[in-house]
Design a protein. Sequence first.
Lengths: 437, 440
Amino acid sequence: MPAAKKLKLPSPSFDLTHHTLGNGLRVVLAPDRSAPVVGVAVLYDVGFRSEPEGRTGFAHLFEHLMFQGSANLDKLEHFRYVQSSGGTFNGSTHFDYTNYFEALPSNALERGLFLEADRMTSPRITADNLANQLEVVKNEIRVNVMNRPYGGFPWIYLPAVLFDTFANSHNGYGGFEDLESATVEDAAAFFDSYYAPSNAVLAVGGDLGVDDTLALIEKHFGGIRKRPRPKRPNFGEPPLNEERRTQHHDPHAPIPAVAIGYRIPDPIGKLDAHLANLLLTEILSDGDASRLQRRLVQRDHLVTDIAAYLGEFGDPFDERHPSALTITAHYPDARTLEAILAAIDEEISSVARNGLNDGELDRVRTRLVSVLLRELDAVLSRTLEFAKFELIYGRAELIAELPALLAAVTEDDVRKAAAALRPDRRAVLELVAGGAE
Amino acid sequence: MSLVPELTRPRRAKKLATAEALLRNGLNVVAVRKPGVPLVEIRLRIPALSAKTNRPAQANLLAETLLTGTGRLGRAGLAAEIQALGGELSVGVDADRLLIGGNVLATGFGPLLDLLAKVLTAPKYAEIEIETERDRLIERLTIARSRSGVVAAEALGKRMWGEHPYALDLPTPEWVAATTAKQVRTLHEQIVLPQGATLVLVGDLAPAKMIDLAAGAFGRWKGAPAKSRVPKLPEPTPGLPLLVVDRPGSVQSSVRLGRPAVPRSHPDSPALQLANLIFGGYFSSRWTENIREDKGYTYGPHSRIDHHALGSTLMFDVEVATEVTGPALLETLYELGKIASLPVTEAEVTSVRQYAIGALALSTATQAGLASTLSALSAFGLGLDWVLEHPARLSALTVEDVSAAAATYFAPSQLTGVVVGDADLIVRPLGALGPVELAE
């Protein structure tokens, strides 16, 4: 790239305040008084990977239990207090963490903090609540996986091919047998180990005053009992050196699909390599100008759609080591799988061997920065990002530095990333269409 | 005494700078400055109502191919230019309209409008792209129709609207296969025209500047569509048997109930909005608390009001485990009958009113959310004033108003219903609750 044409990308700027309470709770505040709304997010450093064997799906089932009442709140009250304040709420379980969050009018800020502190103190886990939420979770799995074509594809099934350890390869939604065997005692022990304040990050963003909010946080969270922070094992696995293949039968899918997974370098320890991989996925599949779209959709008519992404849920900054680069495609003719794999390999090795076209890297990173900025517009998504970057990367500030870091990735970095995606390093999961007529 | 903190005094939202202009070519432009991130959101809504049977196929194929080239730019070349601006454009379609949506770094806003104007005035619709997208569209429709919820929505549409275009929104593979490049080009000439279209722009630029750039970019886009003659939406026949559509092997049943509602301009509309929230429109609703949080029959039921050009609807959606399909419908009918027969409570009205006001504020607090809201409102001649005045309309409602709306619109005897699931397992339990008809 000619040095004269140095790309300038806009960066977001934030005013972040960090604080750690006596019990170890890490706090990030991000005031922005432009609109009378606040986001409150609590992230606990526990996800699918920390589930014990025989308890697949437990982290997610437990997330449901955190909404079932707490120290001072009966069942249903959490929802009612948030919504009758004009707010919205949810929670979600990921590979490496679990989040709980609210978007609220700013006059409900203290109420939101109270609600999160109350369940960090003690959720009301009873046999009735467990039995009820077990049924709800089974219905969640039915609607999102069992009754839906391509349900859970590939995030539930690809890790089982790509990774070896139980922690990395098991079904994060859980098998029904494991879910049904969960007990109130399991839940109490899980809470005690993983839901310690020292194992959590609280982020609050939006229409707030820093000093007042810190005082409210101290008032509601400061008295929560200090417990040791659990030691997180290193879950990393080295790259594959031999191709793996498996089939997955989907009873409702009308046409086949394929997912190709590669183990990638540590997203945190090797952030530069991670960002090169991120730009590579965009070069491969973002929009009609991307290489895989042009080749497999537009020229060869091999696939209905194709996508390349980092992170099992498509968020490149959602996971610690190990994480994955995934390519998925749906295609009308089951006999063309080998041709599809060959075309993908050719396109990847063409990046590695011949490099990029003029302007290709710059247009892709310009668009990527635009997408990152857009995700920061809503106060709640912004607050969740602060909490996530603080928990996973140890630095919420990294969000603002990403545009400059992306601008510093070179063509050579991207070629090296492409060179690592060799056929002998991939796991291939073929979805067999049971619903084909 | 409750330990839960009281709400403090609410802070007012800042006033937004806006501008609106009717360009000489008939294009209505609405621009709102909303700082936050250095981007601009774009929504161009082009009316597309038609009674022609082959319209859904043609309009869907047009939507898939509109952005596949203009002038010297081929498909990838156009995409690359848009990407280099930090931008994105996409085209959506339904029975009412085409919607070209997108966003771009504020620095690339003017150039993106220029590219969009070129696409609108000189699209290519190359034969090869039409062929590619025709096959893909058929494959995507096949995938869509493999989903239980899509089958249910289509079946309910036909049950409520018969042969009206609103029931035939999703094209058949046969009609798509028969659609030619020439038909798509002709359709573009007939409907992709500025007269009657609305362009909404929300972002970090001065409204006057956005309007000037739009006027400059779209000056050469000209024309007015012929008046479309679409039949009125028929009144669904109440009291039809519950229609069961067999989907063997389903571990859940998709239950869909529906009936006509009223547009935002109708005096009942605000009270109906609150009645719907109390019934099943938010998590703390009666329906959710009963069949999810008490019985565990479902991951979550939802009821909602949809507004379309020819009429509004009140819709009820839930996926329930196959083995409890009967009991789940029983509880649903009980809650419907209860809200239609007995008054709602003061506490319920207070809660949903606050929720509705807060949710509107949150959904319009982002550039993308505000742009989508304003674009949807524009179809009914409404705008930012409606958003700003709506909290007052909700605040004026009494418990009696909301109870009256519930009595009018939630009577279970007036609903049309469809269930998609494993017929062998659900026909008998559903039949215990009322007449059932098995679809062919």
